[in-house]
Design a protein around this ligand. Sequence first.
Ligand SMILES: C[S@@+](CC[C@H](N)C(=O)[O-])C[C@H]1O[C@@H](n2cnc3c(N)ncnc32)[C@H](O)[C@@H]1O
Length: 142
Amino acid sequence: MRTNNLLPMNGYSKSKINDLDLKDWKEYKDILTDSLWLIGERDKSGAHNNAYHGNFIPQIPNQMMQRFTKKGDVILDAFLGNGTTLIESKRLGRHGIGIELIPEVARSAIQNINRELPNGKKVFTEVIVADSTTKDAREKVL
Ligand SMILES: C[S@@+](CC[C@H](N)C(=O)[O-])C[C@H]1O[C@@H](n2cnc3c(N)ncnc32)[C@H](O)[C@@H]1O
């Protein structure tokens, strides 16, 4: 008997944690299914830029969100940086909340996120300037 979220007992098609049809997992061209993710080139499309030291390769949050979230879910990035995660969440139809400690970095993230076109999906994105380890940040998120 299978009891995990990925493989429900009534067949293998519907997942509770993402929008993927697990019967056809090999058919998804945008999901990397090899054991190693060989990402040829950093995604520079849309609002993505490599201006911030230490920012994500956008394909990483993209792959994680496609696997572990559904459209309409809320993504929380507690170390927002330049906003890569929220650009991707906006693209994928997920709501996004980002917390960033440094106000100038948060401002830059907001500009990046706003530059990303809505993609026809109605989602909110919110950037909070706070220390994500504090009660203050938690209260602003809730
Ligand atoms: C490695 S960067 C994240 C980059 C991000 N993933 C991107 O792609 O742009 C880490 C960020 O977390 C922020 N940060 C560090 N400690 C923090 C904290 N306690 N609360 C909120 N933000 C924090 C830093 O200012 C920095 O911008």
